[in-house]
Structure formats: structure tokens, C-alpha cells
Design a protein. Sequence first.
Length: 325
Amino acid sequence: MAAVIETVELKKDYGKHEAVRGLNLSVQSGSVCAFLGQNGAGKSSTIKMLLGMVHPTSGTGSIFGHRIDREKESLLIRQKVAFVAEDKRLYDYMTVAQIVRFTKSFFPHWNHDLERRLLEQFELPPERRIRQLSKGMRTKLALLLGFARGCDLLILDEPTEGLDPVAIEDVLQIVVSLAAQGTTVFFSSHQIAEVEQVADHVLMIDRGKLVLDAPMDQVNRMVAAGVFMIAFGNLCYTLFPGNYLSLILTLVLLGAPYLWLQTYMQHMRAMGRPTWLGYLDFAHAMSGPWQLNWATTPWITLLVIWMLTALLLGATAAYGDRVDY
């Protein structure tokens, strides 16, 4: 399957601040790819570089084979891409009907049937000026202008922000429908439920670096493994309250979920942190269900707990090279 979006060591600095640091990612044709990360992680800067809105400090990337750092090729990219920005900026003085007519004049493959259907489904009043629309209605209008363009790639930055649950469900169904027709969708979101519902691949960025690149079903398995471990730990604590036997049982019978461990260690390496801190973090996290107090629990006990955890994690980490992320 051909890659629609690719970046190679993409970097963007704003003064001394590194917004994007050597980013390497790939989005396959026909996929619905979620682009996740905290505020300030570098998602918006990456999207702006892909669309030629800002120039990379170094590195490069391409969309449909066109280089994003070349002005002439960037214009070709925009002809094939529909972009809906997070702020949903529109011409306030226009009416809904006017901005629809204005926008579709630039796109020869405009989907007129989808336009009419979404105007009715979103209940957008054609003669109302955009400045008089609510935040939710502006979001619906911006999405209509993106969905109906008939482009090969749809890039959405927080597409459902400001929408009610019914409207969110409508939007997600439209995304799935467009993907089924061959449109590649690349979207950022903070809503995990939305990602689980529509995405088939997940990219996660942290402090400008890619820390996760995995199919959605693999991510679900990682989450399920972590939830199962925590639930089992709580069960052990219920059976053996106030007894370290519960902790030992969990460590011995379960150890650390393999995929969760490998992903976490990958994050540690990507963020430039010592790997041994990952073991300590895990031991600290494992203490939660048993209500261990790090300030009052005897240090010898903590040392034994950490050693048991490190032993089990080390055994699984030995197979880390066999997992392809």
C-alpha cells in the first residue's frame, strides 16, 4: 500500500523552542489515521508544515509524492487535500450559501450531493450570516466545506470540537463513509472514544517526537493488557488486604503486559530518558492498588519490590527486538 504522507527527520524550531524534533511518520493510502498528543506536543506544527503553511527548519516530507518544502509542489498538494483547521476560521460577513458557492468554485471535484445532504443533516440555515452562527454550527459548516471538496486526502485538526454528541456521531459516520470510498483521513483528536470508533492506525507524538506508530487493534490489545493487570491487582488486594502477598501474586502470575512494557520503554527512549527510570516508574505505578506509601514503607521492602519487578520486566524486555512498531 502506497504512502500518502511521509516525513523524514522533519524539524521545526521557534527560536530556541523545538516544536518538532526529527519526525519520521508515514500514512498509508485509504487509511483513517489518528494523530494523537498532548497540547504543545507538535501536532499543529506538523500539520502546518505538511500543508506548506510554515517552512521546516530542517528535514523534509511529501504528500502524494510532492515535496512539502517546495513552493510549487506545495500548491499541487493543496489541490488534492481538504483541510479543516482547529479554529474553523470562516468569512464572517458571508452567509452560509455564499461561502458554499465561493468555496466550491475552487474545487472541480466538488460533491454536490454530499453538500445538499449535509446542509439538511446539519440543519445549516443558508441565508444566515456566519457571524450569527453558534460555535457548533460554525464547526458543522467548516466540516461540510471540507467533506464536500472531493479531495483524495482529508486532514482534520480537532474536527469535533464544540459539537454535541449527536453531531459527533454524524461526523464520525461521514468520516467512515468517505474512507470507504477511498479517501485517506488524517486527523488529530483528544477524544479517545472517537479514535477507537473510526481509526485503523494511530500515531502518537510527544515533545515533537514520534513515540507510537501502531495499528488500532494492537493499541487496543495494549490497553486491554494494562487494564487486566490493574484489575487483577485490585482483586488480589481484596483477597489479601494489607498483605504484600497480593503484590507478589500479581508480579509472579502476570508480570508486566508485554506490549505495554515495550511501548513504554520505547517512549522512554524517544524522550531521551534513561531506561532504568522506566522500571522504577512501573514499580511505582504497581504500588497503587496496594496503597503502598513511599514515604513510610521500609526501604528494604521497596527494594525487594523493585528487584522483583525489574527481574520480571528484564525477562520480557529481552524479546523487545521482536516487536515491530
